[in-house]
Each structure stands twice: as structure tokens, then as C-alpha cells.
Design a protein around this ligand. Structure first.
Ligand SMILES: Nc1nc(=O)n([C@H]2C[C@H](O)[C@@H](COP(=O)(O)O)O2)cc1CO
Ligand SMILES: [Zn+2]
Length: 146
């Protein structure tokens, strides 16, 4: 499997864990040695899952969780693979963490102010973003031993 397909597949698989009924988002952070150093998906803050109805404003975004889950000292020079283009809040985190590029699958909220602001910030911070172009468009997982 191509490394980039693997990284985006890891983001897609992570998104499967999200309990958001409408939009499941995944993120996978990769360092300059092509090692995965953090993954995450959108979820309620820990311990708050059962106490509130699903509410967009209270959710921790996939990118935030991937950053907080990091298993390296810092994220300088890392790439982030995301299944949905980052919002303005996550763009700030990505910029401040010193990441070098953003690779996204979907840009379905392209016209929203949050996405527009994120793109503006990435441009100003000179962090390139590009749409992911898979080598393989489908990954089949078999979880049963034969
Ligand atoms: N980049 C993102 N990462 C995320 O984790 N999210 C999360 C927040 C919500 O849980 C959900 C969006 O819900 P909706 O607006 O499509 O019903 O995805 C959203 C975006 C979009 O900016
Ligand atoms: Zn966000």
C-alpha cells in the first residue's frame, strides 16, 4: 500500500469511531520520517459523552484530538491527513504546532466562513493544503482470521 493511502486510510478508519450522527471526521498526523505520531476523531470531551445530547459546539474536533494524542515531543514539520478540511480553530492549532502541510479528502464546507478563514490563515502562514488523490480508491479490511 502506498504510504499516503495508508495515512489517509488511518484517518478514515479513525473517523469510524466518531459517534456524531451526521459527520464523522478523522485526522492522522505523520512526521518527517513518515511515522504516524497521532490520530483522532471528533468526539465529546472525555467523560462528557453520556451527559449531553450531541452538540456541535461542545465537540472536540478530530484535528484537536490527533494533536493531543501525539506520541512525540512536538509536531514541527509534520503533515496532517484529514477527512474534512480543518475549521479556523483547528487551523490555528495546526499553524501553532508548526505543521508543514494539510492533506484533505473532503471540502464539503468550502463556502463556510470557518473554512474560508482557515484557508486564509494557511495561506498567510505559508502552509500548503492539497486535496488527497488516492492511488487506491478502496481499502478492504478483513478482521476475521482464516
Ligand atoms: N474539520 C472538522 N473537524 C471536525 O472534527 N468536525 C466535526 C465537528 C462536528 O462533530 C462535525 C460537523 O458536523 P456537521 O456540521 O457536519 O453536522 O464534524 C468538523 C470539521 C469541519 O471544519
Ligand atoms: Zn476544527
Amino acid at each position: 500500500m502506498e504510504p499516503e493511502d495508508y495515512f489517509m486510510a488511518a484517518a478514515v478508519l479513525s473517523a469510524r469511531r466518531s459517534r456524531d450522527p451526521s459527520t464523522q471526521v478523522g485526522a492522522c498526523i505523520v512526521n518527517q520520517d513518515k511515522k504516524v505520531v497521532g490520530v483522532g476523531y471528533n468526539k465529546m470531551p472525555n467523560g462528557c459523552e453520556d451527559h449531553m445530547p450531541w452538540s456541535r459546539s461542545k465537540v472536540c474536533h478530530a484535528e484537536l484530538n490527533a494533536i493531543l494524542n501525539k506520541n512525540s515531543a512536538d509536531l514541527k514539520g509534520c503533515s496532517i491527513y484529514v477527512t474534512l478540511f480543518p475549521c479556523n480553530e483547528c487551523a490555528k492549532l495546526i499553524i501553532q504546532a508548526g505543521m508543514k502541510e494539510v492533506i484533505y479528502l473532503s471540502d464539503k464546507y468550502n463556502t463556510s466562513p470557518e473554512t474560508q478563514a482557515a484557508k486564509l490563515m494557511f495561506k498567510q502562514a505559508k502552509i500548503p493544503f492539497r486535496k488527497f488523490l488516492p492511488k487506491e480508491t478502496e481499502v478492504v479490511l478483513q478482521l476475521q482470521s482464516v
